[in-house]
Design a protein around this ligand. Structure first.
Ligand code: NI
Length: 176
């Protein structure tokens, strides 16, 4: 297990479509362990495998109760392999996002309010959840990474994209 280097926006692998996982083996377990170590070391809310240079459809996320983000509900630690998202309704809401691959910046991003997600944990056990709000936002952000999409591509108005310290007085703070 180790903390890996996080790729930054502009590196081609972040723009690639990641491949499905075919085997739930020790190699996958080792990848997930590195992703977890890296996410926690950097205080991230989530991490996708391409962010550490592995073009596979694996994401991890976890949001603990944090006094810095009082309006953000906790999200349980989740490993999601080969995820599939199903929108529940068309309703969207805008919220501020950051990303470990886009350090120091924040942007206002529209996301579906509610969705169902399915996939597998690192041992191949199925996951099937219906979520809303920040949990739904985190999943959409992480799964976008698997399709080569970074959140700045989703910002509708680039006046709502900028440096965290410059936006501080009009932004609700969000974990990366
Ligand atoms: Ni990200």
């Amino acid at each position: 297990m180790s903390v890996r280097r996080v790729l930054k926006m502009g590196e081609p692998l972040l723009a690639a479509v990641a491949a499905p996982v075919l085997r739930f083996d020790a190699e996958l377990a080792s990848l997930v362990a590195d992703m977890n170590d890296t996410m926690r070391a950097l205080n991230g809310a989530g991490l996708a495998a391409p962010q550490i240079g592995v073009s596979l459809r694996v994401v991890v996320f976890e949001v603990n109760a944090n006094p810095r983000y009082p309006h953000v509900s906790p999200v349980p630690y989740t490993v999601l392999v080969n995820p599939q998202l199903t929108p529940l309704g068309q309703s969207q809401e805008e919220g501020w996002e950051g990303c470990l691959s886009v350090p120091g910046l924040r942007g206002l991003v529209p996301r579906l309010k509610r969705l169902r997600y399915r996939g597998f944990d690192e041992q191949g056990r199925p996951i099937d959840r219906t979520v809303a709000g920040f949990h739904a936002r985190v999943v959409q952000h992480e799964v976008d990474h698997l399709d080569g999409i970074l959140y700045p591509q989703r910002v509708r108005d680039l006046r709502n994209f900028g440096f965290e310290e410059a936006l501080a007085d009009r932004m609700t703070p969000m974990p990366d």
